[in-house]
Design a protein around this ligand. Structure first.
Ligand code: F6P
Length: 563
């Protein structure tokens, strides 16, 4: 089903900060400003059971937030007034909700494990999706069982994904998160930066006879990817002495079949996807090929199944018990009613070390927007700065600011009960730290508690007062806790899809288009204009600072020349 999105069928788009729900939340925030979550727990011992939702092996606890039942009612009301349910139906129904690019948004079709057709512009896209999955299965099986040979007849031992943004971060994040499933005889590498150090450090480590390059680019025009791919191609042809080697060592993932052919990769070696898959939502498509090569197609399809389970939850569960809706509305609560600027994602799992970076793109490229769908400037904050690092490392780096700094930083804490490396007491310690940090961030330590501890340690007088000030913690820092049995492909798929839908819901409430990314275009275009000048050609930058930097760059380059 194609056609008008809800904004176009409605006579008047919702101006979210003019709704009754928005006004009620603003008023409610004034009442909540003096409330401490610790007191809410003391008054209501079953708060944690009420403010938690399970989805298969995933447990989501949001009880440590600055919310009451009334807050949640008002937040859900805001979601409803924003039309989240209608927009959700529009997305799953294949409407062109990406209005600036006039495209459907259907990454959910890529992980649709049901027999239900998904109709876009009058066509069921599922046969095409299944066809690509079948081709991925055939290809990854051949590479993994050794029947796909390199040009000189040797088995593939290293996969190098060349892509950037969504064509890199998803494959890296998922491959790393599931690295415990990888075979030791098949290495994975990821090259993204146009800085030659990235590609050269990988080329130094792989053997041309046993390497397979996956050139991943939705558009097949991205400067970084095309440059890295061309460097890899020249390197391979030079080392193996034969252009024909390319067909055994290069495959492409793209929506641009002509671009792939022009680059010199056989169409037989190309895995396609569609314009209704946004780059930052594309890991579920053939962009996931390096993941499937690393962990096998069965595990990749388990990942898809997890995403599908989250889609079913998002589509069918009432808003007030819907995990991504609650995640989204809590974010809106802090961004729009408390002035929070950032949101931290802290996985207590080393395998998930790229999860924050992945959702840095996922969230910031989606919701870093300043006009609503009808082109009006927003009068409120939109997407937060997303950041994070794994725990426990973060505890010894930035947690000081979370505990005693002046900023409000909502955070997500993620952990699995079972480690993939069950050694000694490591997992118990990891878990204890995870629990301790969210509890400490919530409870804090009052000045009186600090005084009592200091007095017990024999400190008194002015020194006691001084240290009590330094050693008290305000607490009341809001956190969500995600606890899973283990981070397997299914659970990871669920988690990733829940975060995606959170981003979607926030975009709907803010009335913005979460699915374009015009902001990155200007810089790209200016880099293209400046490249000839950097290389000594004619022309002058438009501003004095850029001109002076270019001049200094040229002088440094001159100074380097021998003689
Ligand atoms: O940075 C902008 C962007 O378009 C991202 O949205 C995208 O993930 C990335 O570039 C890579 O694009 P492509 O897959 O077309 O090379």
């Amino acid at each position: 089903m194609s056609g008008a999105s809800p904004s176009r069928t409605d006579s008047k788009p919702v101006v979210i900060d003019e709704t009754e729900a928005w006004a009620a939340l603003a008023e409610h925030q004034r009442q909540m400003a003096a409330v401490h979550v610790r007191d809410l727990f003391d008054a209501d011992p079953v708060r944690a059971t009420r403010m938690a939702i399970s989805l298969n092996d995933l447990y989501f606890d949001y009880s440590k937030h600055r919310v009451t039942d009334r807050t949640m009612e008002l937040l859900v009301d805001l979601a409803r007034q924003a039309g989240v349910e209608r927009w959700r139906a529009a997305m799953f129904g294949g409407e062109h909700i990406n209005i600036t690019e006039d495209r459907a948004v259907l990454h959910v079709a890529l992980r649709n494990r049901s027999a239900t057709p998904v109709i876009v512009d009058g066509h069921d896209v599922m046969p095409g999706v299944r066809d690509v999955l079948a081709r991925m299965r055939a290809f990854t099986t051949k590479v993994r069982d050794g029947s796909w040979k390199g040009h000189t007849g040797k088995q593939i031992r290293a996969i190098v994904n060349i892509g950037i943004g969504g064509s890199d971060l998803g494959p890296v994040m998922v491959t790393e998160a599931l690295a415990w499933l990888k075979r030791p005889d098949l290495e994975s590498y990821f090259v993204s930066n146009v800085d030659a150090t990235d590609i050269m450090s990988v080329l130094d480590r792989v053997d041309p006879e046993t390497v397979l390059f996956v050139v991943a680019s939705k558009t097949f025009t991205t400067q970084e990817t095309m440059t890295n791919a061309a460097t890899a191609r020249s390197w391979l042809v030079e080392r193996l002495g034969d252009e024909a080697a390319v067909s055994r060592h290069f495959v492409a993932v793209s929506t641009n079949a002509d671009g792939v052919s022009r680059f010199g990769i056989d169409r037989d070696n190309m895995f396609g996807f569609w314009d209704w898959v946004g780059g930052r939502y594309s890991v579920w498509s053939a962009i996931g090929l390096p993941v499937a090569l690393a962990i096998g197609m069965d595990a990749f399809e388990d990942f898809l199944a997890g995403g599908h389970a989250a889609d079913n939850h998002f589509q069918s569960v009432a808003l007030d018990a819907n995990i991504p809706v609650i995640m989204a509305m809590l974010g809106i609560w802090y961004s729009n009613f408390w002035g929070a600027e950032t949101h931290a994602i802290i996985p207590y799992d080393q395998y998930l070390h790229r999860f924050p970076a992945y959702f840095q793109q996922g969230d910031m490229e989606s919701n870093g927007k300043r006009v609503t769908l009808d082109g009006t400037q927003v009068g409120y904050a939109t997407g937060p700065v997303i950041w994070g690092e794994p725990g426990t490392n973060g505890q010894h780096a930035f947690f000081q600011l979370l505990h005693q700094g002046t900023r409000l930083v909502p955070a997500d804490f993620l952990i699995a009960a079972e480690s993939h490396n069950p050694v000694g007491r490591h997992q118990s310690m990891l878990m204890a730290n995870y629990l301790a940090q969210t509890a400490a961030l919530m409870r804090g330590r009052s000045a009186d508690e600090a005084r009592a501890l200091l007095a017990d340690a024999g400190i008194d007088g002015e020194r006691l007062e001084l240290l009590a000030a330094h050693r008290s913690y305000p607490g009341n820092q809001p956190t969500s806790s995600f606890l899973v049995r283990t981070f397997d492909p299914f659970t990871l798929g669920q988690l990733v899809a829940l975060y995606e839908h959170k981003i979607f819901v926030q975009g709907i409430v803010w009335g913005i288009n979460s699915f374009d990314q015009w902001g990155v275009e200007l810089g790209k275009q200016m880099a293209n204009d400046l490249l000839p000048m950097v290389e000594g050609g004619a022309g002058a930058p438009a501003d004095g600072s850029t001109a002076a930097l270019l001049e200094m760059y040229r002088r440094f380059k001159e100074a380097q020349r021998p003689g």
